[in-house]
Ligand binder design. Structure first.
Ligand SMILES: Nc1nc2c(ncn2[C@@H]2O[C@H](COP(=O)(O)OP(=O)(O)OP(=O)(O)O)[C@@H](O)[C@H]2O)c(=O)[nH]1
Ligand SMILES: [Mg+2]
Ligand SMILES: [Zn+2]
Length: 321
């Protein structure tokens, strides 16, 4: 219900902007792009270096360069562009974004409705890494679900569920599945509606494999990990948007290798623990760091069992006390 209203709002907003900006972009660019086609709206599918792959409303794809004076666009962005022949085009304007996901100052994707944090049994999930991803995604203001992939590799699924119960009590939906054993794939499919989803997570967890399952005939190359080097051969290098035939989009993103981790500020970390939110501002001291201070609302909530002690422990680890 609320999603439908939000989608409706977004469509209307985009249409209004499209008309205004298309007129403006066309006016501004007449002299520079004398032979160019009329300004039209496009969806950025992927970006490689300075070049963009842009999909027109007709469905046709154009290799585009961006005007130097506009901000770099990313997968999921709505842009105004003009064709210049030979399947090429020039992006002249970037439309306003609903949201933007960035990591280490690098923009990854825009206009996302749902983020799926993908983790796996192998490479084995690490709470610190999960929390770091959650902090980044929470700070982007995105709704987040968690996928635990490769569950067929585990002898003890109860233990896995136990490990993730702290995320479930924090309010995240956790979906256990196996691409290889085809476990719970249909259930995941049913959770993808007509909106834009991004898959994020460590390299090798199976993001591209999962997208291959969800979009038949896509055949993305997956990252066969060599036992010797432990590095994948077909690791995803570009964040790319794919259409689900029945509606909606999936964005595949490259996983981080080893420890190319973000520098997170204490403030970002705090707002990245979503179940802490109701208690922020309730402590005795206004500048409470929620570590050793007396009458700390967060520590009280931990004692009362409202906040999982393991999550609080992870929070302390992350702010490095
Ligand atoms: N055992 C097992 N292997 C899987 C499963 N799903 C994917 N894999 C394998 O995991 C490896 C990595 O898969 P990818 O889909 O490339 O992983 P990715 O998350 O896209 O990795 P990056 O692109 O490097 O970020 C491949 O060898 C897949 O075949 C699964 O459910 N079980
Ligand atoms: Mg991949
Ligand atoms: Zn406090």
């Amino acid at each position: 219900m609320s999603l439908t209203r939000r989608q409706q709002w977004r469509i209307e907003k985009i249409q209004a902007e499209r008309i205004a900006r298309a007129n403006k972009a066309a006016d501004n660019s007449e002299d520079v792009l004398g032979d160019a086609g009329a300004a039209q709206t496009g969806l950025v599918i992927t970006r490689y270096g300075q070049r963009l792959l842009v999909e027109a409303e007709s469905g046709e794809l154009y290799q585009c360069t961006g005007r130097r004076n506009i901000e770099l666009s990313v997968a999921g962005d709505q842009v105004i562009f003009q064709t210049v022949g030979n399947g090429e085009g020039v992006v002249t304007a970037l439309l306003e974004r609903d949201n933007l996901l960035r990591r280490s100052q690098k923009v990854i994707a825009a206009n996302i409705d749902q983020l799926w944090l993908v983790v796996a049994i192998e490479p084995h999930y690490q709470f610190e890494l999960i929390d770091r991803y959650l902090v980044v995604a929470e700070n982007a203001g995105l709704p987040i679900n968690i996928v635990v992939n490769k569950i067929e590799l585990s002898q003890n699924i109860d233990q896995i569920k136990q490990d993730f119960s702290m995320y479930e009590s924090a309010g995240y939906l956790v979906h256990y599945l196996s691409v290889k054993a085809q476990t719970n794939i249909a259930e995941l499919k049913a959770l993808l509606n007509d909106t834009t989803h991004i898959f994020l997570g460590q390299s090798g967890v199976g993001k591209s494999s999962l997208i291959n399952e969800l979009i038949p005939d896509l055949n993305l190359r997956v990252n066969e990990i060599s036992a010797k080097s432990k590095l994948g051969k077909h690791t995803t290098t570009n964040t790319t948007l794919y259409h689900i035939p029945s509606g909606g989009d999936l964005i595949d993103s490259p996983g981080i290798r080893e420890f190319q981790l973000d520098d997170l500020t204490d403030k970002e970390i705090l707002s990245g623990f979503k179940e802490f939110k109701p208690f922020i501002g309730e402590c005795k001291f206004r500048n409470c760091a929620h570590i050793k201070e007396p009458k700390c609302a967060i520590k009280t909530a931990v004692k009362a069992g409202t906040i999982d002690p393991k999550r609080y422990h992870n929070y302390l680890q992350l702010i490095d006390v």
